[in-house]
Design a protein around this ligand. Sequence first.
Ligand code: GLN
Length: 547
Amino acid sequence: MATKYIFVTGGVTSSLGKGIICSSLGRLLAARGLRVTIQKLDPYINVDPGTMNPYEHGEVYVTDDGAETDLDLGHYERFLNIKTSQTNNVTTGRIYYDVIMKERRGAYLGKTVQVIPHITDEIKSHVLKLGESNDYDVVITEIGGTVGDIESLPYIEAMRQLRYEVGRKNTLSIHLTLVPYLAAAGELKTKPTQHSVKTLSESGLSPDILVCRSEYQLDDSIRAKIAQFCNVEVQDVIASLDAETIYEVPLLMQNEGLDSRVIEKLDLPAKNADLKQWSEFVDKIKRPSKQVYIALVGKYVEHHDAYKSIVEALIHGGAMNDAGVNIKWVQSDYITDSNVASKLEGVSGILVAPGFGGRGIEGKLTAVKHARLNNIPFFGICLGMQCAVIEFARNVASMEAANSTEFDEQTPYPVIDLMPDQRDIEDKGGTMRLGKYACELKEDTKAREAYGADMIDERHRHRFELNNELREKLLESGLIVSGVNPERDLVEIVEIDNHPWFVGVQFHPELRSTVYDPHPLFSAFIEASLNKASDLFTSETKVEQAV
Ligand code: GLN
């Protein structure tokens, strides 16, 4: 069967949740036995999001092959249980970079290099590359931005051309729009959708299916009106109402018949969808038997997208323990010795987040100390692990003023230091230790117990690491190194003894947690936090009884 290509565009406003719609459609098609992948085309000029501030872009999602990509790829992996790669995310910056490099090599044989055909050809080649691998029946391509943006035009044009090149019957255009409710008029309004479809059609790409985000159900007359004005059949107007959890969206889209319409239009050989496991997971999230409260300590907490995969991995870990996860967002800049107890009050687990630069570090160290001294389950991720090592060095191993050279180049105890192969690097883009690396786990440790394996691999994104010259001294004081990269003897996981659960990881386990394969460290962390909560509960009841 020829690979089928589905193009997903968005109109009216940004933030309509195109990534979730693509992921949900992907999930539904995969549940019908089709091999699906999803790709994101981003219209900005950065070569990748790796150099962007988390406030600007949210989390940078790292793939196994070390690509720094858009956070939507996280949704694709979590929903489809697949591994994506550099091929799944392309930006205008990369397209132009590659075209300019080719031009410098003389690859265009003296031609004038232009947006059409050279830029559009390059875009098309990135879309077709996934299909040509023969690994997929369906390639879903999400086009970032909003229809009508100048920067999206070459992408829309490339999709228009592709429809003819691979055949109309092998492609499908889905457009996501907004149907707003005007309180003053007491009505849902279809005009923005009409305009958006008109703009898209002017570029030569007319939608086959419209997915309409709305706060209220679209009744038959609204659906008929949208169909009439936008040149689609009425059953191709799909309503997408706000969901309680993003994981419910595939089920809502199935009820609306999105997958059936796609299958019919693309003439796909599909069986009935098997969504049993998925539905059970959604039930667990919606109706957990208990609740757990976790502090997420970071410096970008006003911007939750900066920690997208961590939040989702916590939810997965909660589902594994039949628990609803409530996150208390704690800004590390404002944590001090005197307010740490109140800032972290009521939580039974503390997660110290990844990050770059010195802002908020002392607050993170105070949070680590609070977790260590009060036997509160602690999970440190990347910078969070580095903070755990610094705190241990200062307060347990008597290394006064120990630090990471990222924050204090003159520290007498550089327990975290730049990796030797990072020393001469000047370029910022794509030069960290990125992607999948192996890690050997030590027997009788929390990590070994959680993974149930001796050898694992995880994804990385950092320049600094535990300084092996000070490792022995830290070990003498009781730090446990429970995971090591065998090739380069780099410390990947640290723990401490006499604590219910205190684990710091140099890698990013959150990037590997999916609905069908929740991450074992997150499950173990939530389990330990639930145990801590029930301890607290019993000691509180004991106190009450004593009174
Ligand atoms: N800034 C630290 C480093 O580069 C940690 C990075 C991170 O948390 N992803 O090593």
